[in-house]
Design a protein around this ligand. Sequence first.
Ligand code: SF4
Length: 210
Amino acid sequence: MLELLDAHYGRPQWEPRYAPVDELVYTVLSQNTADVNTARTFAALSARFPTWRAVRDAPVEEVVAAISLGGLATTKAPRIKQILAAISSRTGEPDLSELDEMDDGQALRYLQSLPGVGPKTAACVLMFALGRPAMPVDTHVYRLARRLGLLGPKTTVEQAHGLLTELAGPENVYSLHVDLVTHGRRVCHARRPECSRCPLAQICPSAYSF
Ligand code: SF4
């Protein structure tokens, strides 16, 4: 499946996007928000506050105003401040460089101990910022993995993170994630998957069943 997807879309190559704290804040901002709006909102927040310490210490109303472009600002602003405060309570600063000293399991557990951080957000930080093998399972990944028979029908999204990470193998976690998201957006849509032009149709147990 990966060979077919890589041949179709090109093999995705991991490159660091943001530092871990930036990635964590970006992921919180992305919840229930379109990609383009997330990028704009993150840029607006970064322009308004020069450091994460400044966001942590700012009145919540100012953070709400800075991220109002992205929606759910009144929920996300206090959440971001809580996360930055929780990180600071360990190190004194809103900085996640200590992740470098942790193995993958320790890093996932630590991130998920932060306020409101679940397995998807934790995996986003580890995979996108640090290139670690931790599969973020978003709506595309979850839908496609079930259609393709990678997950059983009763597997929960929470269980899927660990199962797909293991199934892919460390060297393929990033490419599998990116391939599935791309394929979910372009071909295997939620409502009307386009099986007739899908490179996986020959091996997909769900092909032409919609
Ligand atoms: Fe999705 Fe159809 Fe392709 Fe299967 S064959 S992955 S259901 S588009």
